[in-house]
Design a binder for this molecule. Sequence first.
Ligand SMILES: Nc1ncnc2c1ncn2[C@@H]1O[C@H](COP(=O)(O)OP(=O)(O)OP(=O)(O)O)[C@@H](O)[C@H]1O
Ligand SMILES: C[C@H](N)[C@H](N)CCCCCC(=O)O
Ligand SMILES: [Mg+2]
Length: 223
Amino acid sequence: MTARALFIAGAGTEIGKTYVTAALTRSLRAQGRAVRTVKPLASGVPPLSDPGFIESDTARLLHAQGLALDEEAVEACSPWRFSAPLSPDQAAVLEGRSLDLADLVGWCRDEIARTEGTLLIEGVGGLMSPVTGAATGLDWLRALGLPALLVSGSYLGAISHALTACETLRFHGVALRAVVVSESPDAPAPAATVAAAIARHAGAPVACLRRGEACPDDLAALI
Ligand SMILES: Nc1ncnc2c1ncn2[C@@H]1O[C@H](COP(=O)(O)OP(=O)(O)OP(=O)(O)O)[C@@H](O)[C@H]1O
Ligand SMILES: C[C@H](N)[C@H](N)CCCCCC(=O)O
Ligand SMILES: [Mg+2]
């Protein structure tokens, strides 16, 4: 069995990838679709025993899948976890560890092969944030050959960040399934206005997720 898989990339960090991925996961599950959601490489994740773990991407994604927060589920969702809230390569160094792109790609390929239904893979930081000492998130995405869902914010500057990421994906031949604008706090323009500006140049459908909103049906229908 081979999953229909999608890579959730970011125009930057802390802009809503996990929020959007969790919302999408809930929406697909509510429609009765088989979905598995993973964040293979995660930095800023304290140990499971730490009360702060509940705020981690791994915890949020497990919660969206209705899974228990136990060691087995955590390991299956995020096999490479680092405590420091830094670029993962730097966080790994602080723990005297390192990560090889081939291992990360191999793990994802195995998940794609054994998952039934839809597999959502959340990336790390922005599209070109480092994932190892040598490789970026774009290298990871290209090696997997998956289509991308690009998550953007709506803060001032987000339009250029999103379109720069769209151009980079296009240049490297990565299929862009859709862009999702996740409303940033205190943004000076409505998220819908930012989404419309991105839509004029993105060459892909653009959806908008207001603060606290669930996944819009038109976005779930694209996945
Ligand atoms: N549309 C939204 N509504 C409400 N809260 C949101 C929304 N988008 C993002 N957030 C909140 O903003 C914060 C950052 O979002 P999130 O963790 O999804 O970013 P990220 O892109 O996944 O970051 P990272 O690069 O660390 O993976 C979180 O607290 C999240 O819950
Ligand atoms: C800790 C943070 N929330 C993410 N997990 C990692 C973001 C790395 C960004 C690196 C960069 O592009 O400068
Ligand atoms: Mg995240």
